[in-house]
Design a protein around this ligand. Structure first.
Ligand SMILES: Nc1ncnc2c1ncn2[C@@H]1O[C@H](COP(=O)(O)OP(=O)(O)O)[C@@H](O)[C@H]1O
Ligand SMILES: [Mg+2]
Length: 188
């Protein structure tokens, strides 16, 4: 048994923190697909960014009016709170969020400093093809162009990694687990 300086049994070391993952990238790149599988694989709670919009944003989007950064403030705050709470509760968590701009990621990090950004990255042609094949979702091609125009890649000081979305979803999940292992050593 480990003893401390007073020869008393030492407190057991705290269990390694569970990961707090934001699956980011342009619309149609595979965030929902990969995040769900990753959350299942790691036994972590899962959330979708779209579910955190306040009613005013939903009304705007329903009317076809694009959101501006002011609209995004309360949405990112709610999303960050969810992930931060997962951190405080020790459950870990996975959330999808396009998080295209550094500023948005900064806001999420302010609420959850340990957030790890998994950037799903794919070429325009591949993503366009996948969107066209996706059922139950309508997305005009011009929206995809604007997503690529907004995208600010992860910078060297940001915790996270880029994952190319060429392979099948299950392979991407295993690659993600391999990327996370050095940061969260307890991953199975
Ligand atoms: N790695 C992949 N390989 C092949 N198809 C994929 C892959 N990831 C996602 N898809 C498909 O691409 C489409 C868009 O994925 P989705 O998860 O909805 O993207 P997002 O949540 O980023 O908008 C879906 O029809 C999905 O089944
Ligand atoms: Mg999605």
């Amino acid at each position: 048994m480990a003893l401390n300086a007073e020869n008393q049994p030492a407190d057991p070391p705290p269990p390694p923190a569970k990961p707090l993952i934001v699956v980011m990238g342009v619309s149609g790149v595979g965030k929902t697909t990969v995040a769900r599988l990753l959350a299942d694989r790691l036994g972590l709670p899962y959330a979708e960014a779209d579910d955190f919009h306040p009613a005013a944003n939903i009304a705007k989007m329903t009317a076809g009016i694009p959101l501006d950064d002011q609209d995004r403030g309360p949405w990112l705050a709610a999303l960050g709170d969810w992930l931060g709470e997962c951190g405080r509760a020790g459950t870990g968590g996975v959330v999808t969020c396009s998080a295209l701009k550094r500023r948005y990621r900064d806001q999420l990090r302010a609420a959850c400093p340990d957030a790890y950004f998994l950037h799903l990255s794919g070429g325009h042609g591949l993503v366009e093809h996948r969107i066209a094949a996706r059922t139950g979702h309508f997305m005009p091609a011009s929206l995809l162009d604007s997503q690529y125009a907004l995208l600010e890649p992860l910078q060297p000081d940001e915790r996270g990694a880029v994952l190319d979305v060429g392979p099948a979803p299950h392979q991407l999940v295993e690659k993600a687990v391999a990327l996370l292992r050095p940061v969260n050593g307890d991953l199975a």
